[in-house]
Ligand binder design. Structure first.
Ligand SMILES: [Zn+2]
Length: 344
């Protein structure tokens, strides 16, 4: 039996060495070490031997089994290594994987366009705080504490408990116009300034209103500024943005920080003027309130109104994005849904 064991072991080693692939190696393992494998069968025979032989043959068989197992393991590693080397071969003809390319958000695109147009007209772009003081958001804009105009701007108040501030002093700004006072106090006229930013109002969310909206404030302080300059600027801007055929309408309105106040309407691009839910069936969309800066606002910021005057406007950039990309619902602008975002 000793001879049989040695022969079986040598035969196994020879076959394992010859093997070319993993599947062949596995069938060799089964044929020697499997339930009916040659070595397994030899092990089963041990019990028929006499006790003297048992130990010697047992040791020999155990050694044979271990050697075959080692050989199988060595060969398996060798085969794995050679197949790994094969994978390093580089096929230049295989088409590459296209990386996913993101797109700019409709609102970002709109903002960039607005900024480009006004930069061309000589406006400087600046930024301001979204957590604003009551002073800059209201009082500096000629809206004192008891003014009824405050009712039209449902305000979010910041909890100032524990801080050295009185309640109502800090708010989330309701209009980018809050930057007028901040800028006028800091720089000397003449200037043209553009302030893109986000505002917040406690509003019922619907197709054309949101509690958070994007606005671009613009204002100019210079000598000899007239209402016609404001009309010209608005018309130039809207016709570049919406094309020369864009329909524009001005109406008088009243805001405490302008005198006179102007409301700008754009012919609804979503329904083409026929009337839809977005334009509340009027065919027109209110897009850009404006006006000549009220002398009180200039004086509060220390601007000499005998010499300087100016106009201001606020572009509802979320609404512009809706009208430009024909999005009926303002809420779509804040959706994270990629199927929608990829369309722009
Ligand atoms: Zn419409």
């Amino acid at each position: 039996m000793r001879e049989e064991i040695i022969n079986t072991k040598n035969e196994a080693i020879a076959q394992i060495t010859e093997t070319k692939d993993v599947r062949e190696l596995e069938s060799l393992r089964i044929s020697y070490l499997g339930r009916n494998g040659k070595i397994t069968k030899l092990i089963k025979k041990i019990k028929d031997l006499n006790p003297d032989e048992k130990r010697g043959v047992g040791n020999l068989l155990n050694d044979a089994k271990r050697i075959v197992q080692d050989e199988l393991g060595r060969k398996r590693r060798e085969l794995a290594e050679s197949s790994a080397t094969k994978k390093e071969w580089f096929d230049l003809t295989i088409p590459g994987k296209k990386p996913e390319v993101g797109t700019l958000h409709a609102l970002t695109k709109t903002l960039t366009e607005i900024i480009d147009i006004f930069t061309y007209l000589g406006y400087q772009v600046t930024d301001g705080p979204e957590i604003e003081t009551d002073y800059y958001n209201f009082e500096a804009l000629n809206i004192p504490k008891d003014h009824p105009a405050r009712d039209t701007q449902q305000t979010f108040y910041i909890d100032t408990m524990g801080a050295n501030l009185s309640f109502g002093e800090l708010i989330l700004r309701t209009q980018t116009s809050a930057m007028q006072g901040r800028v006028m106090e800091k720089i000397e006229p003449p200037f043209r300034v553009l302030v893109p930013g986000t505002n917040y109002r406690y509003e019922q969310v619907d197709a054309s209103h949101g509690f958070q909206f994007s606005q671009v404030e613009g204002f100019i302080v210079d000598e000899n500024i007239h209402l016609t300059d404001l009309f010209g600027t608005i018309e130039y801007f809207l016709k570049i943005l919406f094309g020369q055929k864009a329909k524009i309408r001005f109406a008088t309105t009243n805001f405490p920080f302008v005198e006179p106040g102007v409301d700008t309407y754009l012919g609804c691009t979503i329904c083409g003027g026929k009337g839809c839910s977005f334009c509340k069936n009027t065919g027109w969309s209110e897009i850009m309130p404006a006006g000549m800066i009220h002398p009180n606002v200039l004086e509060m910021a220390g601007v000499d109104t005998k010499k300087w005057g100016g106009f201001a406007f606020a572009i509802g950039s979320s609404r512009v994005a809706n009208l430009k990309y024909h999005i009926q619902d303002l809420r779509i602008l804040t959706t994270p849904d990629l199927r929608i975002l990829r369309q722009f």
